[in-house]
Ligand binder design. Structure first.
Ligand SMILES: Cc1ncc(COP(=O)(O)O)c(C=O)c1O
Length: 403
């Protein structure tokens, strides 16, 4: 039937893409509803429920009737708890007045980029990285400029500082990094971060750093936050959240840190977009930061064991260039040898593994404009039995096909 064009959406919406990882998760869910068993390496959230004491605090808040709007910037107890976490963890002197609590890190990404990117601005986005940054840049008329990380077989991904420097033009406004990185599991070394910051300072750029995986760091790797950099207040917008560390993806709680004098303007945007983060989630967030971190530590140790097992098993395949992730809960191995040998695309491989072998991985194209066709993302946020069985199936499935 012919429809009136009245509701045709803004052409800009055709330029942006959604979270395609969700599309593949939906395919796996459909198979499971049809009775098929699927081992999913697709999900971007911990397979743990929110620790008990955090849920208890939310119940208390509910029973007390703490159900109204709060300050847009977040309840003072939560901003104080965040400031004291940042002080304890990184020695950073962040004032509670420099924090805006958001409905998840995703909203922090949105308001950070929206507050600074003007039409025609270029924003350097490290590739691969979380899909959302480039989309928000496009929404505000900016151009994402993708700079590839270097893939080193056996090691993983490294930030290519020289390529970043070369990508800077007179139109560059901002650089966005995700550290530890989704989907590569790489962690910037202190030297890489300092090298990048030097470029930021010399070129008067803004550095947006999404550090939502900051507690998922393995192999004794030293994680340096941008809040440890000298004069971060002149250049940095810092993003973090509760979704991953405390298994609170459904609670919608994150935060943005920026210098005090820019906060009122960003708050005008924030109040217009979401009024405030959920009141009950904010109370739970205080309990998360101030309560027992034992469950977080246990989860992270378990994730490190899974990463090791995944790495060991995938390394048995001559077609998978696996490496031990340093952080987050993903590996982004290169599988191009296999694809070339059998003449498949990365999507063909994902469908082959899902429909013929019952294992879900996400095609690299969901995270990378430049190298997505050669990699898959494997999330090890699933129990150890699944990691062992699923990775063995992958190795065997590739062998069966390629001989
Ligand atoms: C790098 C990164 N940033 C932000 C988010 C979104 O986090 P939130 O649930 O706090 O909105 C994700 C979720 O996958 C992520 O991987």
């Amino acid at each position: 039937m012919k429809r009136s064009p009245t509701l045709e959406v803004h052409p800009m919406l055709r330029e942006i893409k959604g979270e395609t990882a969700f599309t593949f998760l939906a395919l796996a869910r459909k198979l499971m509803r049809e009775g098929r068993r699927v081992i999913s390496f697709g999900i971007g959230q911990p397979d743990y429920v929110t620790p008990h004491h955090i849920r208890e605090e939310a119940k208390r808040a509910l029973d007390e009737g703490f159900t109204g709007y709060t300050e847009t910037s977040g309840i003072p107890e939560l901003r104080e708890a965040i400031a004291s976490y940042l002080k304890g963890r990184f020695g950073a002197d962040v004032d509670p007045e420099e924090i805006i609590v958001t409905t998840g890190a995703k909203t922090a990404i949105f308001i950070a980029i929206a507050s600074y990117v003007r039409p025609g601005d270029e924003v350097i986005v490290v590739d691969p990285s979380y899909y959302a940054y480039a989309q928000v840049v496009k929404i505000f008329g900016g151009t994402p400029v993708y700079v590839p990380m270097a893939f080193e077989p056996g090691y993983g991904f490294k930030l290519d500082i020289e390529s970043i420097e070369k990508a800077v033009t007179s139109r560059t406004r901002m650089v966005v990094i995700n550290n530890p990185n989704n989907p590569t599991g790489s962690v910037l070394s202190p030297e890489e971060l300092e090298g990048l910051y030097d470029i930021i300072v010399r070129n008067n750029l803004i550095l947006v750093s999404d550090e939502i995986y900051d507690n998922f760091v393995y192999q004794g790797v030293r994680f340096k936050s941008v809040l440890e950099l000298e004069d971060w207040r002149d250049h940095v917008l810092y993003i973090n959240g509760f979704s991953k560390t405390f298994s609170m993806t459904g609670w919608r709680l994150g935060y943005l840190v920026a210098r005090r004098d820019v906060i009122p303007s960003i708050l005008d945007l924030a109040v217009t977009v979401y009024s405030c983060a959920p009141s009950i989630a904010q109370r739970a967030g205080v309990a998360a930061l101030k309560g027992d971190w034992g469950p977080v530590r246990e989860m992270v140790s378990e994730f490190e064991r899974r990463a090791r097992v995944l790495y060991n098993i995938l390394s048995e395949s001559e077609y998978i260039e696996a490496y031990m992730p340093q952080g987050a809960f993903y590996m982004f191995p290169r599988v191009s040898k296999f694809l070339r040998r059998v003449g498949m695309s990365i999507e063909d491989l994902v469908y082959y593994l899902l429909y013929e072998h019952g294992v879900l991985v996400i095609p690299g194209t969901s995270f990378s404009e430049l190298m997505g066709g050669d990699h898959v993302r494997i999330s090890f946020a699933t129990k150890m039995e699944n990691v062992v069985e699923g990775s063995r199936i992958i190795v065997e499935a590739l062998r069966l096909k390629a001989g």
